[in-house]
Design a protein around this ligand. Structure first.
Ligand code: HEC
Ligand code: HEC
Length: 293
């Protein structure tokens, strides 16, 4: 048997274990350890009685508080759905201005709108709605069919050159291919379009006579694009002076537009979307336009 050794400093016996000269004192277990051990034991007894705890075959002890997380989740889901339905019905019925003044509705519309746009519209208009050749930029504030809420919602509802009975109809005829204008007339009017859009360069002056083009424009184009070329939302005819182009504003693209014509197709969404969905997309697009960099 080991000889008992007493630590001269603290007065406790040592356990006889020693690590590199450090000896372990043989002290009683400190009271806080006992305290927490008992407290934890008591707590678990109480917990077993109150809460679901022990499995018994197919079932389990439910606990007298009857806490059931599945029930809680179901209740929360039902509440969330009811809340969502209320939000949607307000979006469907309130004025656009009223919706815009309601931070909760707006944040819902912007969030949902982003997902809806990504899933349905981004293939053509791009994920940030800035369009690409043949597909208009929807955040540039240059609207073919008008930029008020009702205009945008209507465009989304009926589409453009779509199979909806109320579809917006948009057609830029093929002045060259269909022989409506001579080749020189086209060159002249293209130079004119390049001039009013502030882009005329050496080529435009060399390849066409913008002054002659002005008359050709007045006779052939102004009925849709307006005397000054500022466009006409009744016909979906774009403003040719604002620097925003669907098909491109370089000489080659403008020439191609006038020669071959353009007929953009935008699907109608009425059958696919609830009215509130169309309103959410409208709010989303205008929000993007107002907050673009
Ligand atoms: C298949 C391609 C395609 C898809 C998908 C599409 N669009 Fe379009 N959209 C177009 C084209 C093309 C135009 C322009 C038509 C024209 O040039 O006249 C257009 C025009 C528009 C306009 C009118 C722009 C203006 O200046 O007046 C709005 C608004 C619009 N789209 C919104 C949407 C929304 C919202 C979605 C999704 C729900 C969507 N589009 C999905 C092709 C598409
Ligand atoms: C019947 C009405 C109409 C007439 C007439 C017309 N346009 Fe257009 N023009 C349109 C429409 C509508 C569009 C948009 C087509 C689309 O996006 O699908 C368009 C598009 C254009 C574009 C493309 C703009 C862009 O953003 O890329 C140019 C350029 C243009 N027109 C020039 C002319 C010129 C020049 C003439 C005369 C020689 C003319 N248009 C006559 C209706 C017309």
């Amino acid at each position: 048997m080991a000889v008992e050794e007493r630590d001269s400093h603290s007065g406790y016996l040592t356990t006889g274990h020693e690590w590199n000269g450090i000896k372990e004192l043989n002290r009683p277990v400190p009271w806080p350890v006992w305290f927490f051990l008992f407290a934890a034991f008591l707590f678990s007894l109480v917990w077993w009685v109150l809460m679901p705890a022990w499995p018994i075959g197919e079932t389990y002890t439910h606990g007298i508080l009857e806490v059931d997380q599945r029930k809680t989740v179901t209740e929360k889901l039902i509440a969330a759905r009811a809340r969502q339905e209320e939000v949607l019905s307000r979006i469907a019925t309130l004025d656009f201005a009223e919706i815009r003044n309601d931070a909760e509705l707006m944040s819902y519309a912007v969030q949902t709108g982003q997902t809806l746009f990504g899933d349905n519209c981004a293939v053509c208009h791009g994920t940030s709605a800035t369009g690409g050749p043949g597909y208009p930029d929807l955040v540039d504030q240059a609207w073919l069919w008008g930029g008020e809420d009702e205009d945008i919602a209507e465009t989304i509802r009926v589409g453009i050159n779509a199979d909806h009975p109320d579809s917006r109809i948009s057609q830029m005829m093929a002045f060259g291919r269909d022989g409506l204008l001579e080749s020189t007339d086209i060159s002249d009017v293209v130079s004119y379009v390049r001039t009013i859009s502030g882009q005329a360069d050496e080529d435009d002056r060399r390849l066409g006579d913008a002054l002659r083009g002005k008359d050709i424009f007045a006779d052939n184009c102004a009925s849709c694009h307006g005397e000054e070329g500022h466009g006409e939302t009744d016909f979906g005819a774009p403003d040719l002076t604002d620097g925003f182009w669907i098909y491109g504003g370089d000489r080659q693209s403008v020439r191609e537009t006038v020669f071959k014509g353009r007929t953009g197709h935008m699907p109608s969404w009425e059958g696919r979307f609830e009215p509130h969905t169309i309103r959410i997309l409208t709010l989303y697009l205008r929000h993007l336009g107002e907050n673009r960099e």
